[in-house]
Design a protein around this ligand. Structure first.
Ligand code: NI
Length: 226
């Protein structure tokens, strides 16, 4: 299922990022897809070593670390450096499943993709199409978020980006290795965390909040693997 992290960046911040990205040196995005996925892919990307991408990517990672809902939902162990893409002129990415393991540029480290993330950088009214569609078993979800909002979904899901038929859809995308690999367990922990936050607002629940917080940490201890 999709998890939305709203307003990672304000509309003003996103407008500033987009303005700079519009001037960037874009290149054909099929170069970074595997041979099978490349056949389905038609978009533009920034090179991994593009200095603008590195700068904005670092700002994204810093903002993620300071966003409690992201930390609670993803339980991140490692975050791959964010990449940037642009779909326009009918560009699309057909149904595919993301690669399981990614190398970290300039390092021998490898990261398992548990969660895929898309940070929407274009105002939804500024382009047609470009919805992210993912299939979770029999359920098909279709989504397009406001600029500055982040979407998380399990990396093992079949998904696609619909053709952009008007305007341009800028986004950042990246992958996360989670402390808790299993989506169901992450979902249980997120629900428990949200319930504890809600209960914490009720003064009479103080002792139970302490107990439930302990339960949360003990479950995380059991399920976290590195
Ligand atoms: Ni993908």
């Amino acid at each position: 299922m999709f998890i939305e992290i709203p307003a990672l960046f304000s509309p003003q911040e996103v407008a500033g990022i987009r303005e700079r990205l519009e001037q960037a040196g874009w290149r054909d995005g099929t170069g970074t897809a595997g041979p099978v996925a490349a056949k389905a892919k038609s978009n533009l990307q920034l090179a991994d070593d593009d200095p603008l991408g590195a700068e904005v990517g670092a700002a994204i990672v810093a903002r993620l670390a300071a966003t409690p809902r992201f930390v609670a939902a993803a339980l991140p162990l490692r975050i791959l450096p964010p990449r940037f893409n642009c779909y326009a002129g009918g560009g699309a990415y057909g149904r595919h499943i993301d690669a399981a393991i990614f190398g970290v540029p300039g390092s021998p480290e490898r990261v398992r993709s548990d969660l895929s993330a898309t940070l929407f950088l274009s105002d939804p009214d500024s382009y047609d199409g470009g919805e992210l569609v993912a299939e979770f078993g029999m359920v098909r979800e279709r989504i397009k978020l406001p600029a500055g909002h982040l979407l998380l979904y399990p990396s093992n899901s079949l998904h696609q980006v619909m053709p952009v038929t008007r305007g341009a859809r800028f986004a950042s995308f990246f992958w996360i290795q989670s402390l808790v690999r299993d989506q169901t367990k992450r979902s249980v922990l997120l629900q428990l965390d949200e319930s504890i936050q809600a209960l914490a607002a009720i003064e009479a629940a103080g002792e139970e909040v302490v107990r439930l917080t302990g339960v949360y940490h003990n479950l995380l201890r059991e399920w976290a693997a590195t």
